[in-house]
Write a protein that binds this ligand. Structure first.
Ligand SMILES: Cc1cc2nc3c(=O)[nH]c(=O)nc-3n(C[C@H](O)[C@H](O)[C@H](O)COP(=O)(O)OP(=O)(O)OC[C@H]3O[C@@H](n4cnc5c(N)ncnc54)[C@H](O)[C@@H]3O)c2cc1C
Length: 305
């Protein structure tokens, strides 16, 4: 009988290390998943211990709790990328869910491909992007994803599903409710037709415009969803006079009203209080209730603001 693989499950792992907010206490158990085959023994482990599990990618859209998580955090960390021919001369780039957006962009550029330039500076992983239909500069995940592999923890079946399976909407996908785990995704790209120099120039311009608009501090990007394209949450927060508003070590950025920034040593409670304050102020002034874009993980599971 072959030996069962020993899973290197860490204990009391500080989640702040894995969060762009740099906030979060210890997870009771933590596992970096490089091989999806490990998911089945991990589910068994969680079931045996009667604890929940939580999937994360790059940690750029999660507020972890100061008290950590009383369960198993699985950080998706599989890293393969490959290319194959697509329809009408297009090229399909398939990346594991744990690959960063920066890496697929880099890979596409090195292979003389075009299509991902708008995502310069977009943090997070492929799995996180599918989960939240991430996007910027006019390009959302839904517009270039052709199919993805997902795993359902109830039957541990891996399925390849097409784009329309996800019911993508603004910062929304089916995975948010189905709780499936994204294992990989395929994006439709094109062979580069502009010169390499022009492509580089285009990306430099996009990068510079991001830098001009966004603060540097530890954050999760936009905290709230925009109520509509014409009404960005950041503008509402700014017009409510809240830029620079500080609670504890959490601040509404002086540069961008929708960025809540950890000034250093902010607690999850500082961030939550500040977010609720902003939501209340916007409700009073404009009658609109902001919905959080960020996923808030309490010690026992996902919670609402
Ligand atoms: C400075 C900054 C700027 C940002 N700008 C933008 C922007 O312009 N546009 C934008 O859309 N977002 C932006 N964000 C937010 C963030 O980058 C995106 O939401 C990103 O897609 C999150 O990916 P992640 O891998 O970090 O996910 P995580 O933060 O790790 O997780 C987010 C959610 O996705 C789920 N998840 C992650 N991986 C998987 C998987 N494999 N299968 C199933 N569920 C999964 C998690 O359970 C969690 O609920 C910004 C963030 C920062 C810090």
């Amino acid at each position: 009988m072959p030996n069962k693989k020993e899973l290197a499950i860490a204990t009391n792992e500080k989640l702040s290390k894995y969060s762009t907010f740099q906030i979060g206490g210890p997870a009771d158990f933590f596992y970096k998943l490089e091989d999806p085959a490990d998911l089945i023994p991990l589910f068994k482990f969680a079931k045996k211990k009667k604890i929940p599990y939580f999937i994360m990618g790059g940690g750029s859209n999660i507020l972890f709790d100061d008290n950590g998580f009383r369960g198993l955090v699985i950080k998706i960390d599989n890293k393969n990328i490959s290319l194959s021919p697509g329809p009408k001369g297009s090229i399909l780039l398939t990346a594991d869910a744990g690959v960063s957006i920066a890496s697929i962009l880099d890979f596409s550029i090195k292979n003389d491909l075009s299509g991902l330039e708008s995502w310069v500076g977009l943090p997070g992983t492929v799995g996180g992007a599918v989960y939240g239909n991430a996007g910027c500069n006019g390009l959302e995940t839904s517009e270039i994803l052709t199919e993805a592999s997902v795993l359902d923890d109830k039957n541990c079946r891996i399925r390849k599903v097409p784009n329309n399976y996800f019911n993508f909407k603004y910062r929304q996908s089916k995975v948010k409710t189905s709780k499936e785990i994204v294992l990989s995704a395929t994006f439709k790209l094109e062979k580069r037709t502009m010169s390499a120099e022009d492509q580089k120039k285009m990306m430099t311009e996009i990068r510079q415009s991001r830098i001009a608009k966004q603060p540097f501090g530890a954050s999760t990007g936009s905290f709230f969803k925009n109520p509509s394209k014409a009404v960005p949450a950041g503008r509402l927060i700014e017009q409510a006079g809240l830029k620079g508003k500080t609670i504890g070590q959490a601040q509404i950025s002086t540069k961008h009203g929708n960025f809540l920034v950890n000034l250093g040593g902010a607690t999850s409670q500082d961030i939550l209080k500040l977010a609720r304050f902003a939501r209340q102020a916007v409700k009073l002034k404009f009658g609109l209730t902001l919905q959080e874009e960020v996923q808030i993980l309490s010690a026992n599971g996902l919670q609402k603001l």
